[in-house]
Design a protein around this ligand. Structure first.
Ligand code: UDP
Length: 329
């Protein structure tokens, strides 16, 4: 499928760099804009990279010329941080993204793939969650992602601009070749923190909440391999190019939930070491359980997970961690 020129915002980040790898493997014509505030130059090889904010006036003045499709990944994505700094999330994930969207429309971009999140649903009323489940975010992160999804729908209505919002559940793992992976500073995500906590003398990792209404009291999440997420973007771009979608949202998960304690057990099995953990209060904004139904994307875009097993997901993260204990630096 021909998808013309593709611009990936945030393409040097954790999920973005795996999408870039997938698009390069599929021989797509792509470039990246990333301000490297969270991304890493080393994560994108020799893919053309503009170091800039995606909504900087200098970038928007010409940066979208000739772009046919946009993959909009650049965002802040920490639930906990969003509870303490809502303005940061509104400014970037919504206001700046709207400026990009308007510039994309003016430049004649034909379609957008948007990185959305399970956090748009809030506290689930039923599990697994499908796309028609009520959307009542419990944190500014989910709220701003949902607001932008809605803007995309109105842009389709008003201007015919097509879009696919992919609602990621918990992205995890790393490229199986161990060359790219997760490197956040500070690292807040469960699996990389647990891997670190397997080191001798490491600080114990806090388990946020043990009194949730789940099978063992800890939060249940649906972990999906980052390369499976990345492949879904290629499918979405093809569906846009073939005009098979209008403005759609799809869940991306494995349909199976694991509690924090179950993830701890899996990490021990994979690494042969028990991570050090300690109990801590609940993290504000965290729903008890988030598990996806991904039937819609399976049906409409033919997507399915290639690495659905949590053990395999952790294995790839472990391979990356062992090869790069300090990340890209
Ligand atoms: N979590 C935890 N301790 C940590 C980091 C995360 O107990 O140090 C829990 C968190 O409360 C959530 C799950 O692990 O239930 C996954 O959190 P993560 O931050 O990895 O992803 P999120 O669900 O926020 O996208």
């Amino acid at each position: 499928m021909k998808t013309g020129k593709v611009l990936v915002t945030g393409g040097a980040g954790y999920i973005g760099s795996h999408i870039v790898r997938e698009l390069n493997d599929a021989r797509r014509d792509l470039r990246i804009v990333d301000d490297l505030s969270q991304g890493h130059r080393a994560a994108v090889g020799d893919t053309p990279l503009t170091v800039a904010g995606f909504a900087d006036a200098e970038f928007l003045d010409g940066g979208l010329d000739g772009v046919d499709y946009l993959v909009h990944m650049a965002a802040f994505c920490e639930v906990g941080e969003s509870m303490n700094a809502p303005a940061k999330y509104y400014a970037n994930n919504l206001t700046a993204s709207l400026a990009l969207l308007e510039a994309a429309r003016r430049a004649g971009v034909r379609g957008i793939v948007f990185s959305s999140t399970a956090a748009v649903y809030g506290e689930p009323e039923s599990t697994p969650i499908d796309e028609d489940h009520p959307q009542r975010p419990t944190n500014p992160y989910g709220e701003t992602k949902l607001a932008f999804e809605r803007a995309l729908r109105w842009y389709h209505e008003a201007h015919g601009l097509r879009s696919v919002a992919l609602r990621y559940f918990n992205a995890a793992g790393a490229h199986p070749d161990g060359s790219i992976g997760e490197d956040h500073a500070p690292e807040t995500h469960l699996i990389p923190r647990l891997l670190r906590a397997t080191e001798q003398g490491a600080e114990p990792m806090s388990i946020f909440g043990n009194d949730y209404e789940t099978r063992d009291g800890t939060c249940v999440r649906d972990y999906v391999h980052v390369c499976d997420l990345a492949r879904a973007h290629v499918r979405a771009l093809d569906a846009l190019a073939e005009e098979r979608v209008g403005a759609e949202a799809f869940n991306l998960g494995n349909g199976e939930g694991f509690s924090v304690l179950e993830v701890v057990d899996h990490v021990e099995r994979v690494t042969g070491r028990r991570p050090a953990t300690t109990s801590a209060p609940r993290r504000a904004g965290d729903p008890a359980t988030l598990v996806a139904s991904s039937e819609r994307i399976a049906r409409q875009l033919g997507w399915s997970a290639g690495h659905p097993e949590l053990g395999e997901i952790i294995e790839t993260a472990w391979r990356w961690y062992r090869a790069h204990p300090s990340g890209y630096s």
